[in-house]
Design a protein around this ligand. Structure first.
Ligand code: FES
Length: 88
């Protein structure tokens, strides 16, 4: 049963992959998929539209390598925190 009493119903994120993806990204703004349904992982492609979930905007000040979460269980989105190792 859904415990959300706010009036909105959110679906749970789905696991897009059980490992993070390492990417070298240039400075700029990105939209990380939080719902797991995007076909353009780890970025949003609009597939969240019926889920009640929304992508997470993040920005980089300079080019750097990042490890972006694809299991969607991370506590430090959009970055991997190792939560994929605890999936059963
Ligand atoms: S497609 Fe997953 S948050 Fe947009």
């Amino acid at each position: 049963m859904d415990e959300d009493t706010s009036g909105s119903s959110k679906e749970k994120p789905v696991v897009a992959a059980t490992s993070p993806i390492a990417l070298e990204l240039e400075a700029g703004t990105y939209w990380w998929c939080s719902c797991g349904r995007s076909q353009a992982q780890p970025f949003c492609d609009g597939s969240h539209v019926t889920t009640g979930l929304t992508p997470l905007e993040f920005s980089l000040e300079e080019t750097r390598t990042v490890y972006l979460c694809r299991c969607k269980q991370t506590k430090t989105p959009p970055f991997c925190d190792g939560s994929h190792n605890r999936l059963t």
